[in-house]
Design a protein around this ligand. Structure first.
Ligand SMILES: Nc1nc2c(ncn2[C@@H]2O[C@H](COP(=O)(O)OP(=O)(O)O)[C@@H](O)[C@H]2O)c(=O)[nH]1
Ligand SMILES: [Mg+2]
Length: 464
């Protein structure tokens, strides 16, 4: 039994003036910028910042670590430490015509002329991307230089188009050298069906090659998973939600998950730990840094009436694989056995007693021991932040490192291989300066990469 220490554990452990480390956000491409837009709307509400950058909150907790995500202008305005970039103009133009535009500094918008990348990684990485990358690096350098202790870069992007894949990889390749191996977190939307569109498939595989080696942590999302989840939560009692599957509603769920994940870096907690520590705890081997996110209670924040949820509501949603917003859920086949959890982090928000959380998790793991790999005890890491999101009294966000990621990478690699061997659409890529060798290397890298999963799987599935 986990001892119950009552409400003593609700006390704040972090010293009130302690300085959490700063993070620079880079949002890339149409999807990346729209997700980022939702994210900033949500965290502004959480920190009591209006779209002019003024603090209107009533709680000091909202301000203590605000510099992890915002920097202050000379006039005392809070500005997102974020670079918004795209190789075409339309999405950033949309944002510039919204009220939220006033929040950002004009110097953080970096967009190209109207050529875009026509769904082609090679244009994002080589030709069109290379013409804009220096401007992006300069903007990131400005933001990074203002930090006392830059702890991480976070990217938001979709890797099936050309910009979110190719241009993101070019930017992260350059930043790795420039900032000497920063801790990089990617919030990445994967295509739902690997192989349904040849260009999407190539872009995803080529970008995956960079995510394997450059990134420290990849939180995967899938639009199909999210639409499935939206369908499931439509009829939940007490909810009046917008039923249309618009990008705004999909992005709102992604934004909610990212807010839950970044909360320990932005807000005071009962158990102090940096985001880097949290990600490290869900990464048993450095290369295995791909996670599936879930949120509980799973509901769209829009129009949700204030309702008291309890830990059981949170637990039943975050451990339900059908509620995962990640890549694996979008690719699940009906007869797939439940995948094993290698390890996970559960990030709670609200006034929740830590011993009660630990007790509930402990009992859950005992009851569902078959869901976890047996060789890694205490596979669940927890963190509790006092301030809940604006419209809920308590929430949990989980990051699961699961074994079926190996099957997904393998499917991606094999589909990729089959198509480039056949020569489908290769001329689009070769005409932008790519060569066959890069495709072959990407395939070989993916096949080598998944061997790391064999090593951890062997321990739980000894040869019969
Ligand atoms: N979740 C989400 N997906 C999007 C959004 N906009 C586009 N997508 C998807 O993202 C993929 C890449 O498109 P896009 O972001 O326009 O490409 P990029 O600008 O070249 O990176 C497409 O398959 C779209 O279906 C969005 O706002 N949210
Ligand atoms: Mg685009």
């Amino acid at each position: 039994m986990v001892p119950d220490n009552g409400d003593k554990n609700n006390e704040q452990v972090c010293p009130p003036n302690s300085h959490k480390n700063e993070c620079v956000t880079i949002q890339i491409g149409n999807c990346g910028n729209r997700i980022g837009n939702q994210y900033w709307k949500m965290i502004c509400e959480e920190h009591g910042i209006d779209f002019s950058g003024n603090f209107l909150g009533d709680n000091d907790d909202q301000l203590i670590f605000i510099n992890s995500s915002f920097y202050e202008s000379l006039t005392g305005r809070f500005i997102p430490r974020c670079v918004l970039t795209d190789l075409e103009y339309n999405t950033l133009d949309e944002i510039q015509n919204m009220d939220i535009c006033a929040l950002h500094s004009p110097e953080n918008f970096v967009f190209g002329d109207d050529v875009g990348t026509s769904n082609n990684y090679a244009k994002g990485f080589y030709t069109n991307g290379s013409r804009l990358v220096d401007v992006v690096l300069e903007a990131v350098r400005h933001r990074a230089e203002e930090c006392d202790n830059l702890c991480m870069l976070q990217f938001m992007h979709n890797i099936s188009g050309g910009t979110g894949s190719g241009f993101s990889c070019l930017i992260s390749n350059c930043l790795i050298d420039y900032l000497s191996k920063p801790f990089m977190v990617n919030y990445t939307v994967f295509p739902s069906e690997v192989g349904s569109d040849v260009n999407h498939l190539y872009n995803t595989a080529l970008a995956f090659n960079t995510l394997m080696y450059d990134s420290s942590a990849v939180v995967s999302f899938s639009n199909t998973s999210i639409c499935n989840v939206m369908e499931k939560i439509k009829y939940r009692p007490g909810q009046t939600i917008d039923r249309t599957e618009t990008w705004d509603n999909v992005n709102r769920l992604i934004g909610q998950a990212i807010c839950g994940i970044t909360a320990p870096g932005r807000l005071p907690g009962q158990v102090p730990s940096s985001l880097e520590v949290i990600f490290t705890n869900v990464t048993p081997v450095p290369s295995l840094h791909f996670y599936e996110p879930t949120i509980g209670p799973c509901c769209t924040a829009v129009n949700t009436p204030f309702r008291k949820f309890d830990l059981v509501d949170i637990m039943s949603d975050i451990f339900n694989p059908e509620f995962s917003l990640g890549w694996a859920n979008g690719n699940r086949k009906i007869n797939d056995p439940p995948t094993k959890i290698l390890c996970g982090a559960i990030l709670y928000r609200g006034h929740l007693p830590v011993p009660k959380i630990e007790q509930t998790l402990y009992e859950y793991q005992l009851l569902h021991h078959d869901l976890f790999v047996s060789w890694l005890p205490n596979a669940l890491f927890t963190n509790v932040v006092r301030i809940p999101p604006v419209d809920l009294c308590m929430t949990g966000t989980a990051l699961f490192n699961i074994l079926c990621t190996q099957r997904l990478i393998n499917e991606l690699a094999e589909n990729f291989h089959e198509n480039f061997k056949r020569g489908s659409n290769l001329n689009w890529y070769f005409s932008e300066g790519m060569e066959m060798e890069e495709f072959e290397d990407t395939y070989n890298n993916m096949k080598n990469f998944i061997k790391a999963y064999d090593q951890v799987s062997e321990k739980i599935q000894p040869a019969e």
